[in-house]
Design a protein around this ligand. Structure first.
Ligand code: GLN
Length: 485
């Protein structure tokens, strides 16, 4: 029986191509692992075992016919914010408890056409609002490295699934850090692509000017491979940007000597622990040894990013979530004759407390009389933040920072204090505000708990940050450590 817990996408692909294992065998091995491990970490919202075995059979037929692409027959998990045709998609909300989308998200469609095997949908914070999965309306996912701790969020289920070897890859979404922060907390690789690179058609919207979809994998090479499959122009997403076709996997390898790395000092203030600082310092020395030029720099408006985010994201969320009115789809309170009461009750029962808090914040920031003071001002500061990044990228090929200020925190530790929870995205939020690509790679451990390293690139310079991440993994072993679960 094949041991899947450390298997990468590339290794799985090789075994499948060489017919050393069939996709059905591989899928069964993952389903067995899910059976044994998922009750302990609860990464999955919905298990799609029957579908997975049917897809695996189809993949085997394709492979037998010689029609093999990089991901054919490889199991994958999707965050439950991505619409999957015929498969329940809850967004971890009571509002969508029984929602079965009539279509696939663009990324799901692309991966399905390559013959991936969908083993499940991953738990998350409700409507992707949160940093720990504690805001899921159903249950909290646990960190595979220490089940008394959070896996991060909002894509905590996706990150935990890959870390625990329930699938070699998963997709998540990232509005302010929801791919990178859980990747850091679970010691896997998580990439948030440039805004516009990956189609968001079929992604349940949170904050549309910030949301992006990206892959979780065990290493950078796998991540590039999955990005190859999901990136590309899509006219169904009006923010999709046409780009020349790029082979992100093919650009890995080669020297990073002479590349210039900026280290913005503001990312080492505000609650960043000594353990995290030490790990990032060690990582920077690795880059120095690889021949990169490291220089401290400054992005002075970083301090304002959290405030800007908590005006813009809730504003957009309040508009996006207006569609859950109990009429078109999702939960509907029917036990009344009054239309207004039905709508009120639907939203009161269907949404959890954090979602309501965001809707109220956003509605307030957009209301007449406050719009200029809050929303318009936040947009202006957003421009300042973006320009500071632009200026930095005139000097540097990439910026390196911690992904999160701390190691994974305990379940319950921050749940009662939204502000302390919001602070856990302090290093990732500016990247979404500026629309840049950012990747979190395994940067070390402190007392057995993972620490992530964030590499930020210029718009559409995924190649550069993947190359830097890959170079790091050629000379370090952090990404090979496995949780004992
Ligand atoms: N944790 C942040 C929030 O709660 C970011 C979430 C995300 O990226 N989806 O909004």
């Amino acid at each position: 029986m094949i041991d899947v817990k450390s298997l990468t996408v590339i290794e799985a692909g090789k075994l499948l191509k060489a017919k050393e294992v069939s996709s059905v065998e591989l899928t069964r091995a993952y389903l067995d692992r899910i059976d044994a491990v998922d009750p302990k970490i609860q990464a999955l919202m919905t298990l799609t075992d029957e579908l997975a075995l049917a897809q695996a059979k189809e993949a085997d037929a394709r492979i037998a016919g010689g029609d093999v692409e990089a991901l054919t027959g490889v199991p994958i998990v999707f965050k439950d914010v991505l619409c999957t045709k015929g498969i329940r998609t809850t967004c971890s909300s009571k509002m969508l408890e029984n929602f079965i989308p009539p279509y696939d998200a663009a990324v799901v469609e692309r991966l399905r056409s390559r013959g991936v095997v969908i083993v499940g949908k991953a738990n998350m914070d409700e409507f992707a609002m949160g940093s720990s999965t504690e805001n899921s309306a159903y249950f909290t996912t646990r960190n595979p490295w220490d089940i008394s701790r959070v896996p991060g969020g909002s894509s905590g289920g996706s990150a935990a699934a890959v870390a625990a070897g329930l699938a070699p890859a998963a997709l998540g979404s990232d509005t302010g850090g929801s791919i990178r922060q859980p990747a850091a907390f679970c010691s896997v690789v998580g990439l948030k692509p440039t805004y516009g690179l990956v189609s968001r058609f079929g992604l349940i919207a949170f904050a549309s000017s910030l949301d992006q979809i990206g892959p979780f994998t065990r290493d950078v090479a796998d991540n590039a491979l999955v990005l190859n499959a999901i990136a590309g122009y899509d006219p169904r997403d009006s923010t999709s940007v046409p780009q020349p076709e790029t082979d992100y996997y093919g650009c890995l390898g080669g020297s990073v000597k002479g590349m210039k790395i900026g280290v913005p000092k503001e990312y080492f203030a505000q609650g960043v622990t000594l353990q995290v600082k030490a790990a990032v310092d060690t990582a920077l020395r690795v880059y120095e040894d690889l021949g990169c030029e490291i220089e401290e720099c400054s992005l002075p408006t970083t301090d304002a990013a959290l405030a800007v985010y908590y005006i813009i994201a809730p504003s957009e969320a309040s508009a996006n979530l207006a569609r859950y009115d109990g009429v078109k789809y999702g939960y509907s309170f029917k036990d009344t004759d009054s239309m207004w009461q039905a709508m009120e009750k639907t939203r009161a029962i269907g949404f959890g407390p954090e979602v309501k808090r965001r809707i109220m914040l956003g509605t307030y920031a957009l209301s007449a009389g406050y719009y200029d003071a809050w929303y318009v001002k936040a947009q202006k500061v957003r421009t300042v933040i973006r320009r500071e990044f632009d200026a930095a990228f005139e000097r540097y090929d990439a910026l390196v920072t911690p992904t999160a200020p701390t190691v994974p925190f305990k379940i319950g530790e921050k749940a009662a204090d939204p502000f302390s929870m919001y602070l856990s995205d302090i290093c990732t939020i500016p990247v979404n505000i500026a629309g840049l690509p950012g990747i979190s790679i395994q940067g070390g451990f402190a007392e057995g708990l993972p620490i992530g390293l964030q590499i930020i690139g210029k718009p559409f310079a995924e190649k550069t940050i993947l190359k830097l991440g890959h170079a790091f993994q050629q000379v370090t072993e952090w990404h090979k450590r496995l949780p004992n679960i």
